[in-house]
Design a protein around this ligand. Structure first.
Ligand SMILES: NC(=O)c1ccc[n+]([C@@H]2O[C@H](COP(=O)([O-])OP(=O)(O)OC[C@H]3O[C@@H](n4cnc5c(N)ncnc54)[C@H](O)[C@@H]3O)[C@@H](O)[C@H]2O)c1
Length: 255
């Protein structure tokens, strides 16, 4: 436990720690991986993207092709991540976006897939990783402000992220006694490749989407590093007494 006179640089020092970040080839996951590396952690990124190895190496991480819905692939990726030292940090970032449309038209297959990738996989990755954490650790789950308020046409996504909130609360209780803290970040709109893909049709339709993205009390567009800084806080010893928390990072838009 950190002594009261611990310095700030000691509190955010991840030297000697081993981290696994899902969906870290790009977007928020890549930004988080970069910050963890900057703080001294050894980081392995697991991502569906076949180019993950090169993409991760470019910022100093190890990349492993891994679909988070495939538990055998997750186990293999965690084995790679813990080659030198047991896992200390897991960031459940991989997720898919709400190309849903009206709930009246959503198919069961679509809803099932959304829940499988966004919630069930976070459950499995957390279980597999926690079983490999011998000296305590920290898990950070990517939720969303969509879990905290309603919205048309994103029902399956909202439900999946509300599931992440519930998992975070439950796992904090269950894993706390093993020295593992579990928290979540609920981002507002963040400018990532995934979001751009979703917004392109709206922009093409004449909507000034960029103005809307920055329409929050802070008045700036959310960037991946805004979320990475929050993740760095949560995994560091600065947050030693923080567990089961849902940290909203949205420029105040849900305030
Ligand atoms: N960007 C936002 O506005 C925003 C807002 C709230 C929450 N989030 C959450 O943050 C996380 C990251 O979002 P992003 O905007 O960076 O997304 P992104 O689409 O830009 O990047 C996601 C990454 O995850 C990978 N991925 C997708 N499915 C995967 C799977 N089954 N297995 C392994 N990797 C997989 C992709 O290949 C990609 O590299 C997601 O969980 C998302 O729901 C994002």
């Amino acid at each position: 436990m950190a002594a009261p006179d611990t310095t700030l640089s000691e509190l955010i020092d991840l030297g000697g720690r081993t981290a696994f970040v899902t969906g870290g080839a790009k977007g928020i996951g890549a930004a988080i991986a970069r910050r963890l590396i900057e703080a001294g952690a050894t980081v392995t990124v697991g991502d569906l993207d076949p180019d993950v190895s090169g993409l991760a190496e470019a910022f100093g991480a190890r990349g492993v092709v891994c679909d988070v819905t495939d538990t055998v692939a997750v186990q293999a990726a965690l084995d790679v991540a813990s080659t030198d030292k047991p896992i200390d940090i897991v960031v459940n970032n991989a997720g898919i976006f709400p190309t849903t449309g009206p709930m009246l038209e959503a198919t069961d297959e679509f809803v099932h897939h959304m829940l499988d990738v966004n919630v069930r996989a976070q459950y499995s990755v957390s279980r597999e990783a926690a079983n490999r954490m011998s000296g305590g650790g920290s898990i950070v789950n990517l939720a969303s402000i969509a879990a905290l308020r309603g919205g048309a046409n994103i029902s399956a996504y909202s439900a999946s992220k509300a599931g992440v909130v519930a998992l975070t609360h439950a796992f904090a209780h269950e894993l706390g006694p093993r020295g593992i803290r579990v928290n979540a970040i609920a981002p507002g709109i963040i400018d990532t490749p995934g979001v751009q893909e979703q917004l392109e049709p709206l922009r093409a339709g004449g909507l000034d989407i960029d103005k809307q993205i920055a329409a929050n009390p802070v008045g700036i567009a959310g960037q991946p590093d805004h979320i990475a800084r929050a993740a760095l806080f949560l995994v560091s010893d600065l947050a030693e007494f923080v567990s089961g928390h849902i940290l909203v990072v949205d420029g105040g838009s849900t305030a």
